[in-house]
Design a protein. Structure first.
Length: 210
């Protein structure tokens, strides 16, 4: 391997380690989250390095919520998420958080696809949990339509819903200090998202007898 390539890999790893919030090795069962960069953060979940800008990293510090895997992928659409569900479900998760939609272009299609994900997760014997999506000023109408659809889907299937939008949004944008680019929650925002998610997930696991 060329020296420049090695140096780039070392710098990348050093950056990831510097921004690691906690160490959790992937394991079967427990809590799995699927989605995009907002959930993945800048970590390396497959190596147990969970990012400081992922809400999931702070949630699984609570030992009442058993960690399975952060299966989110940066840039992933909901269509891609649905295609990638089967190997994730082979991990036999107890609870699966579906946090998707930011990279999609059609709210009705996203709701339809998340509905398919909900059905697949349920057939696998896991409990689906839905999330509203973060604000995005340039796509405010799509965000509003998507979140309305997600709330309706959760109500129709009697599913828990984590309202990330409520804790992040000031109108159509992020609250001051919660995002540097208007798309991705920062570390402070990720901590607030975890505070919103934690009681919902503790309750979901309690209902499963964990």
């Amino acid at each position: 391997m060329d020296r420049p390539v090695i140096l780039t890999k070392v710098r990348t790893l050093a950056h990831v380690v510097r921004h690691t919030a906690c160490l959790r090795r992937p394991r079967p069962g427990g809590l799995v989250a699927v989605g995009d960069s907002i959930t993945e953060g800048r970590g390396l979940p497959r190596y147990g390095l969970l990012a400081d800008n992922s809400w999931l990293s702070y949630v699984v510090r609570n030992r009442a919520i058993p960690y399975g895997y952060n299966d989110a992928r940066s840039g992933q659409t909901t269509e891609e998420l649905v295609r990638r569900l089967p190997p994730m479900l082979d991990r036999h998760p107890a609870v699966v958080v579906v946090a998707s939609g930011t990279n999609d272009t059609s709210p009705p299609d996203t709701i339809r696809l998340i509905g398919q994900a909900v059905e697949a997760i349920g057939r696998a014997g896991a409990k689906p949990v839905l999330c509203t999506v973060a604000p995005r000023r340039e796509r405010a109408a799509d965000v509003a339509a998507l979140n309305a659809g997600l709330r309706q889907l959760a109500a129709r299937h009697h599913l828990p819903l984590i309202d990330f939008h409520a804790v992040l949004a000031d109108g159509d944008d992020f609250k001051p200090g919660l995002s540097e680019d208007g798309v991705h929650p920062n570390v402070a925002a990720s901590r607030l998202m975890a505070q919103a998610a934690e009681p919902v997930l503790i309750d979901a696991f309690a209902r499963l007898g964990h």
